[in-house]
Design a protein. Structure first.
Length: 67
């Protein structure tokens, strides 16, 4: 398990690289705090958004079509 203690772009880029199975450079991402969960971050990368949980798990925060 990878644990991220702070919003260090280099660490987050490494985790996102593993998740997306491609190289992600720190300067390619935008990191902001997630006000809904302490220690969690939103990650903006290309056209997708991801969420990094306090325990180091990255998941897609995809949009859903609501009819």
């Amino acid at each position: 398990m990878d644990i991220v203690y702070a919003a260090e772009k280099s660490s987050i880029a490494k985790l996102l690289s593993n998740y997306t199975r491609r190289t992600v450079r720190p300067e390619e991402i935008q990191v902001t705090e997630n006000p809904d969960e302490t220690g969690s971050f939103y990650i903006g990368f290309e056209l997708d958004h991801f969420v990094l949980s306090p325990d180091g798990v990255i998941e897609s925060d995809g949009l859903e079509l609501v009819e």
